[in-house]
Write a new protein. Structure first.
Length: 219
């Protein structure tokens, strides 16, 4: 079991509306993607972490970087830092609930259009991430692009603290990454409460997929 320090208080349930224009999700048959369960293994000894962490460990610590890497790998997600070449924008949300399925949503601006990839695996965010079993894509509408800009502005992302110290056991890690050209930042929040702009952003992002992602319970 991954020791998820800094994780309690369940936040209330939140309904998510089904949005039009979404491509049907692809459900991956069990066993198609092989991921070694972490169990009691140190996440830094997982196959994914041993290949190299996918997020920076200088600000969040090696343990968290390895843990997040294991989940991202299970979700089929790349290292978005390595694609920093002076152009392009990528935003990613990784949602790790201790006892529920890991979820990721990645937005990439390509040729002036926001493309969205969403995914879920069949494990648990605080234990083994399991295998990729849901993946789909969609394109943001003009109205959704405007809403995204509002959410990002409210987080004050580039000047917000990387993480906020917390105490507790079991809950959810909300991890946000933003790469804009050669600029990159990661922001980590634990069980953000109602009114927190990062919570609003995360729920809006998973809501893009409507009922295609396992979003309940929200915490």
């Amino acid at each position: 079991m991954i020791n998820c320090r800094g994780v309690v208080r369940a936040i209330g349930l939140c309904g998510v509306a089904l949005l039009a224009g979404c491509a049907p999700p692809r459900v991956i048959p069990p066993g198609l993607v092989s991921v070694v369960p972490l169990g009691n293994m140190d996440p830094c000894e997982s196959p994914a972490a041993l290949r190299g962490v996918l997020v920076p460990d200088d600000s969040i610590g090696r343990f968290a970087a390895c843990w997040y890497t294991s989940a991202l790998d299970a979700l089929g997600e790349p290292d978005i830092r390595g694609s920093a070449s002076g152009s392009g924008t990528t935003i990613r949300f990784l949602w790790l609930r201790t006892f529920h399925q890991p979820v990721s949503v990645r937005l990439s601006r390509v040729n002036g259009v926001w493309q969205v990839r969403y995914a879920a695996s069949d494990g648990q965010g605080g234990y083994s991430p399991g295998n990729l079993n849901i993946v789909g894509s969609l394109t943001l509408t003009s109205a959704q692009e405007d809403t995204l800009a509002v959410h990002l502005s409210r987080t004050e992302f580039w000047t917000a603290p990387t993480k906020i110290p917390t105490d507790g056991m079991d809950g959810a890690e909300w991890i946000f990454e933003w790469r804009a050209g050669d600029r990159y930042a990661l922001r980590q929040r634990w069980n953000p409460e109602a009114g927190d702009p990062f919570r609003s952003l995360g729920l809006w992002l998973v809501g893009l997929a409507g009922s295609r992602l396992p979003v309940e319970p929200v915490y």
